[in-house]
Design a binder for this molecule. Sequence first.
Ligand code: GLU
Length: 512
Amino acid sequence: MHHRKVRVRFAPSPTGPLHIGGVRTALYNYLFARRNGGDMILRIEDTDSQRFVPGAEDYINEALAWLGIKIDEGVREGGAFGPYKQSERRDIYRQHVRMLLDNGKAYIAFDTPEELEAKRNTHPNFQYDASTRMEMRNSLTMSAEQVRDLIDSGEKYVVRFMVEPGRDVVVDDLLRGKVTINSSVLDDKVLYKSADDLPTYHLANIVDDHLMEVSHVIRGEEWLPSAPLHVLLYEAFGWSDTAPRFVHLPLLLKPDGKGKLSKRDGDRLGFPVFPLEWHDPKSGDISSGYRESGYLPEAVVNFLALLGWNPGDDSEIMSIDELTERFSFDRCSRSGAKFDFEKGKWFNHKYLQDKSNEQLAELFIPVLRDNGIDTEAFDPAYIAAAVGMVKERISFVRDLWDHAGFFFRRPDSYDPKAVKKRWSDDMPRIMEELIEVLRTLPSWKSAEAEPVVLAWIADKGYHLGNVMNAFRLCVVGACKGPHMFDITEIMGPDETIARIRLGIENIKTPQA
Ligand code: GLU
């Protein structure tokens, strides 16, 4: 076969939010196209008017943009092979249906749903194919005149593909090799419906792949059963020589067992299966999304890329550019990939560590505001320093509040367990003494303040753990957080001492 430009397409149907598996399909198309200097097409397959969902197309565009999956040709981007929305290509499909009718590869059928149902009831394994088509109401069993009369009288009809039985059909898949199936198992698929003047998925899909000069059809494994029919359609049109190569990607599997990953798994185990939050326009239901759950797009991309592909060594953290550099189908797996969402969190954690404290502070500000903090009152350098002390502990930006919220709000309660363990009747007096020690500190730098305070504790013969934890309780509200003197270094003397005073007033010795 002659060499030609790599052109791939992601061809979602706007029937709802893009599932995370669909996102991976889009990503692999994108990586493959970029790796090979090719084009990435986004085609909207909206020929099933019954299943159309408003907002789904915008959702797809927004999700791909958020993830950094760039489209070269599409409804928004334009391009030389448009329109890129199938509902705007009716004329093209009509012409192509005509071509198949004219060369005897397809025929017109009038059987009503009721008639087909009746047939199924009397013939248990009924399939509309070479063995039955001559018993049905179609242009093969009627005269040309009858057919014309019925159409003229407004009778609804479909156009069916005439599958020639008993032939080996070979689907050549880049991952699976040659898969052969016998054409006798295929039925005479409907290619076009006069009722809405629209083609079915099969016809539109292969006509567009041909006209858009698609070189590789990269899609989910669930489409593999359609591939033999597609091979026969290319042949019927006389396009076999330029037919695209197939790549059917393995399924994403449940995290805890066999079977396809579903939305229910996400609900059950607490992770999103959609890139962005989705508001169902009909039911009003809201489904969580990776973006709104606090994932960074680069972490999601990295995580998804490794679900079904590996770089050949133990590299894990790879930017979309590095992924592009290394991507190939040679390293794609044929078996399903378990959806390990804990690993997804790990990627997010890793990508957060790569952000500077200033970048993280920027992301943290909205969280602070949501928690009622007047962020204007704080120096950006203070916010960045606070974030820097706790970032190792977080997997999501919102977790920063749990770990660093105390930097921005004085304690309004004190962990009762810690109070019970660390606070005693003489603690208020010891904390008063601590205030005096802190007042005379030559420096608030952590490394310089610490030895002075520790020497005072030793000198007085106090219990180190109790005093330091009481100190911490006053400043943080609980016995947790970063190194005590790192905290006080950035908080400074006024705030630190004010918090100790507050603790002395408000922490009550528990009554035994
Ligand atoms: N419209 C189909 C889908 O929703 C496209 C399948 C294909 O890529 O051929 O996934």
